[in-house]
Design a binder for this molecule. Structure first.
Ligand SMILES: [Zn+2]
Length: 310
């Protein structure tokens, strides 16, 4: 009963590191944008340092190629580096072969910057859904140990209604059923879904837009409810969401509302959450929930790879 042994719940906080103007709602609307990636990252690194919290940065491969020193700096400060794809294209717009390439190219770019191949991946727009569940077959065969791209409720842009809300071993044939049997030698991939409440209906408390527009009381209530049930909350943000210099007036009103609302208040909210709850990287959360060896290379995969190269 590993759930009982690991009663202490560690939540995770992560940051998708991309250029602010490559967000889906902005990518076609902003002309001649200012590059704010370094200053935005520094805001977040300072905030994490003040609270002595380790987090995960899911980095776009192109950004790792453009700013290897920045990725190295984040890594050297003790944070985990994961992949956010190579080009920031969601799975909805990729073929299986292209997805495989996104995984390996971004993994290689990150390894070149940090010296370590990433354990985890979060694809843009939480784009691992029932329509793109073929992606799990490719992930399970890849060098990644976990995914954190599943948003376990349906939203207009993404999401999996009724998906598991706690970290679980993925059976690629039935990837959204955490009770689906996984053979011991298949335990090669973990999913760490984003935080929604264990209520009916579910309420997103996962960060990003939801944290910018929700009162901090609602976020705290949701995280506390999850933790009391032994479930870690997996929160995501973007460094640019903490930078008051990012908002521009070019995009249409609804895009500005979704993209920029609450940027000026987000740092204060996150400080309060970091004070109230225990947070770590996504890897920390998975190891706390599923056991210290959850992200080790499994026997079967080692021998499979050995055959591959032998
Ligand atoms: Zn993104």
């Amino acid at each position: 009963m590993s759930q009982q042994e690991n009663k202490g719940v560690r939540n995770s906080i992560s940051f998708d590191l991309e250029h602010w103007y490559t967000a889906t709602l902005l990518v076609n609307d902003v002309v001649d944008p200012v590059d704010r990636i370094v200053e935005s990252t520094d805001i977040v690194l300072d905030l994490l340092d003040r609270h002595d919290v380790t987090s995960t940065f899911f980095v776009v491969g192109h950004v790792a190629e453009e700013y290897p020193w920045l990725i190295r700096k984040i890594h050297d400060q003790g944070h985990e580096i994961g992949s956010h794809g190579q080009t920031h294209k969601p799975l909805f717009d990729l073929s299986p072969a292209e997805f495989e390439r996104e995984l390996t190219e971004s993994g290689t770019a990150i390894e070149a910057a940090t010296g370590e191949y990433p354990l985890g991946v979060r694809m843009p727009n939480f784009s691992l859904t029932r329509q793109t569940k073929w992606g799990f077959d490719i992930l399970a065969q890849s060098d990644y140990r976990y995914d954190s791209s599943v948003f376990p409720m349906k939203t207009p842009m993404y999401g999996v209604s009724g998906g598991p809300i706690a970290p679980y071993w993925v059976n690629p044939r039935n990837p959204f059923d955490s009770m689906a049997a996984v053979e011991a030698d298949e335990r090669s991939l973990v999913e760490c879904p984003l935080a929604v409440t264990n209520t009916f209906p579910r309420i997103p408390v996962a960060g990003g837009f939801y944290a910018r527009v929700s009162p901090v009381k609602v976020l705290s209530w949701g995280i506390q409810r999850l933790n009391r049930a032994g479930i870690p909350a997996n929160l995501y943000f973007h460094p640019w969401e903490f930078n008051p210099d990012v908002p521009v007036s070019e995009p249409r009103l609804y895009k500005r509302v979704v993209s920029f609302s609450g940027i000026d208040r987000l740092a204060d909210k996150v400080e309060r959450l970091l004070t109230a709850f225990e947070f770590g990287s996504v890897s920390d959360t998975i190891r706390t929930a599923l056991g210290p060896n959850a992200l080790e290379l499994q026997e079967s995969r080692t021998s499979k790879n050995a055959q591959h190269f032998g």
